[in-house]
Design a binder for this molecule. Structure first.
Ligand code: C2E
Ligand code: MG
Ligand code: MG
Length: 743
């Protein structure tokens, strides 16, 4: 009876509960709900596209996402409104304790709140698949032994992961960008996140190097929770009804809606990254413009400097150089042309004050301009003209030969002198000039002012003479300079006019009485100076760099002659001289000789090459190399003038020549003839022991020849036998008999 009464009371309570429920759920008893049946749900907003805040058109933050949309459908199904609030709490656990929320989401399962109260959760709203993201080109084969990166907000999920994959090492990072950095730095093998989140995150432009590995590792529930209270129970029960009414189509539609949207909003960094090529191009363009601007500025500055320099270096009246300009230009020219013989002239117009007064300033200025104009007409780029003050002109010019002096007189001085006469005035301009011829020392220590002072001193002397004219400061140098210019300046014309000839001095075997060869020696029949000795012009040509041209001419002529003799059936060997300057000019001189013998069909043994002993003195690597190359090609190389200069016995062992040519100087030592004979005797002995070929040149007497032959030197060259002779005479010789000649 008591039991049935109890049952009745319980059933009445349940009935009344059932009756009260609609009223209860219509908004009266939920702590946070308002009067129009609205459920307040606390959510995190950083889980796009699951739950996130979106700014609507009227700039109000609305919480949207797959979760909120599904919950809205569920609530609508049971006649409730839902209002989402962004939680301020650090965790969902803490949010559970906040009574201003009716519900909190998302939860995978029921957990304890931060204050230790138990909670209850709704049925699953949606299953969220978890997938991994790896670096482009990688594949993760073994999940269990991998290192997995996750964001800290998924700390709850990491427990599930550890249960499923006990050997997996999970590393939690503060943010997604930290996760990505860790993956890129190989700190982790992959990143784990719910696949709907990936669909959002991977929209970031700078994450194009990441890709999803198409494997679902596991799925997590997405539920709504609240504290385990009677009200909570009622609400969850009711909500479950609504959840059960969500159709699969509705779920698919919501998922599709959020995963197909371009939810990711570019931040500044993304914008910069996405448009990096445009920015790079733009930056490059800016740099180019800046560089262009700088270059233009520099050009402008350069032009300004050049303009200032032009003003400083050039005389504004005549256009000639100023003193400053002359100093610089003269120095430049002397450095560029160290072998050109130069002179500096200092020129002065006599009575210029009178010209100024009588003809007027303008006319006097015109005279100065006329002088410069005429000078520029005559002098070349290798020369410099300056107006150093008022009517004083300085000229740095190449040492003129006779023709040059004449030309300078007619082109420059005569017209200037006749300037007023040609204008119908009876006045001849007088010019006094002082000349200073540059010495070799002047090229080494260039001091333009000092040279000009010397020229000025000479001009003063000329000035005192009635008619002006010119005076030379250093006459010796002037003579030497004139000779140099007569020789070097005339060289190319001399070649064309066949002034240069090749003569031959026969070489004999005194014992057999036969001619064994000859040395080719050049001779110059100068148009003005007559026959010149090589001793005079060879050093000058060497100094001015013309010797190579001369030697090429001699070698070519010799080869032509040998070729002709070969064709006539006379096989002759000729010695030619090779200057150290030739080797410096043509580093491959051996090849040059080879080409010559090829061209004329000669045997290399027909050309003996003499290199003077002094060339070998000191360290001359190039010369030694050339000697070896010539020998490799089959030429015989002889050391010329042995004994005349710096001979050292060491040379005989160190320099690999084929033969030695003893100099006649040895034979001419009259002071100590007996001692000289002993020295020659021992040198010859030594050369024989060294198995070195040798010949003595400069043999002038029978006594010398006899002395040499007695000491084993049979080959000789010298005036006692023959002097150098023109080719016709050489060809007419009887090669088999020198005796006729000696009688
Ligand atoms: P070198 O090569 O030692 O030539 C021998 C010089 O000695 C020649 O003088 C010759 O005429 C002279 N000589 C020969 N036998 C006697 C003698 O018994 N007594 C005296 N006092 N002298 C004798 P040359 O022709 O005046 O040549 C002088 C130097 O000029 C040559 O000395 C050579 O170094 C150089 N030379 C001559 N022609 C050429 C050439 O075509 N090219 C080059 N680079 N140098 C040349
Ligand atoms: Mg010689
Ligand atoms: Mg010699």
């Amino acid at each position: 009876m008591v039991l049935s009464l109890k049952r009745k009371i319980i059933s009445v309570i349940i009935m009344s509960l059932i009756l009260v429920t609609p009223f209860f759920t219509s908004g009266v008893s939920f702590a946070a709900t308002n009067t129009d049946n609205t459920i307040v749900v606390g959510v995190p907003t950083d889980r796009c596209p699951m739950i996130y805040a979106e700014k609507s058109e009227d700039s109000v933050n609305t919480i949207v996402g797959i979760g909120p949309d599904l919950l809205r459908i569920a609530c609508k199904n049971i006649g409730y409104n839902v209002e989402f609030k962004a939680i301020d709490e650090p965790s969902l656990k803490a949010a559970l304790d906040n009574t201003s929320y009716d519900l909190v989401m998302p939860f995978g399962s029921a957990i304890e709140s931060a204050s230790g109260q138990s909670s209850i959760v709704s049925d699953n709203l949606i299953l969220t698949p978890f997938t991994v993201v790896i670096s482009e080109g990688d594949t993760l084969t073994d999940f269990n032994s991998s290192k997995m990166g996750m964001v800290k907000s998924l700390a709850g999920v990491s427990d599930t992961v550890k249960t499923l994959y006990p050997n997996m090492e999970v590393i939690l990072y503060e943010s997604m960008s930290d996760c990505v950095e860790a993956l890129r730095n190989d700190e982790v093998d992959a990143l784990l996140q719910n696949s709907y989140v990936w669909s959002y995150v991977l929209q970031k432009p700078s994450y194009t190097d990441l890709h999803v590995q198409p494997t679902t590792m596991f799925s997590m529930d997405f539920r709504v929770g609240t504290l385990d209270t009677p009200e909570g129970q009622v609400l969850i029960d009711k909500l479950n009804q609504g959840i059960s009414m969500i159709t699969d189509t509705q779920r698919q539609a919501v998922i599709l809606d959020y995963t197909s949207r371009k939810l990711y909003k570019y931040d500044t960094h993304d914008f910069l990254y996405a448009n990096r090529f445009i920015f790079i191009c733009f930056a490059a363009l800016i740099i180019l413009i800046a560089l262009h601007f700088i270059a233009k500025q520099q050009l402008l500055q350069k032009a300004q400097k050049a303009q200032i320099k032009q003003m400083l270096d050039y005389d504004s009246l005549t256009g000639a150089l100023t003193m400053a300009g002359f100093r610089e230009k003269a120095k430049e020219l002397l450095l560029e042309n160290p072998t050109t013989p130069y002179l500096i002239s200092y020129n002065n117009i006599k009575n210029f004050k009178f010209i100024n007064d009588k003809m007027g300033m303008n006319s006097a200025d015109e005279l100065l301009c006329f002088w410069v104009e005429k000078s520029l007409e005559y002098f070349s780029d290798k020369e410099a003209i300056a107006r150093i003050d008022a009517d004083h002109f300085a000229v740095l010019c190449c040492m003129p030969d006779d023709n040059g002096v004449e030309a300078m007189e007619t082109i420059v001085f005569e017209p200037v002198k006749k300037y007023y006469i040609n204008q119908g005035n009876d006045y001849e301009v007088q010019i006094s000039s002082g000349l200073y011829v540059l010495t070799p020392e002047d090229y080494k220590n260039i001091n333009v002012d000092k040279m000009l002072d010397c020229a000025r001193l000479a001009e003063k002397k000329a000035h005192l003479s009635v008619t002006g004219g010119y005076e030379v400061y250093n006459l010796d140098q002037w003579e030497a300079g004139r000779l140099l210019s007569d020789i070097c300046g005339h060289f190319s014309t001399a070649k064309k006019q066949n002034e240069i000839q090749v003569w031959y001095q026969p070489q004999v075997n005194y014992r057999t009485g036969k001619i064994i060869g000859a040395e080719a020696l050049c001779r110059w029949n100068h148009e003005k100076l007559g026959w010149l000795s090589p001793g005079l012009f060879i050093p000058m040509l060497e100094q001015s760099g013309l010797i190579y041209d001369l030697d090429c001419l001699v070698w070519e002529t010799v080869c032509q002659n040998i070729h002709r003799w070969n064709e006539q059936g006379f096989k002759r060997s000729i010695s030619v001289n090779l200057s150290r300057f030739d080797i410096e000019k043509n580093k491959n001189i051996a090849e040059h000789f080879n080409n010559l013998i090829q061209k004329y069909g000669l045997e290399p043994s027909q050309l003996r090459i003499e290199i003077t002993e002094t060339a070998y003195a000191g360290d001359n690597k190039l010369l030694l190399e050339t000697t070896a190359q010539l020998q490799d090609l089959g030429f015989e190389v002889e050391m010329d003038d042995f004994g005349s200069g710096y001979s050292s016995l060491n040379m005989l062992t160190e320099i690999p020549v084929n033969g030695i040519k003893l100099d006649y100087i040895f034979l001419k030592n009259k002071k100590n003839p007996e001692r000289t004979k002993i020295v020659i005797e021992y040198i010859l002995k030594m050369l024989r022991s060294l198995k070195c070929n040798f010949i003595t040149e400069g043999v002038e007497t029978k006594e010398q020849a006899d002395f040499l032959v007695e000491r084993g030197c049979e080959r000789m060259q010298g005036f006692y036998f023959y002097k150098p002779m023109p080719i016709e005479e050489f060809e007419a010789l009887d090669f088999n008999n020198i005796n006729n000649r000696l009688q």
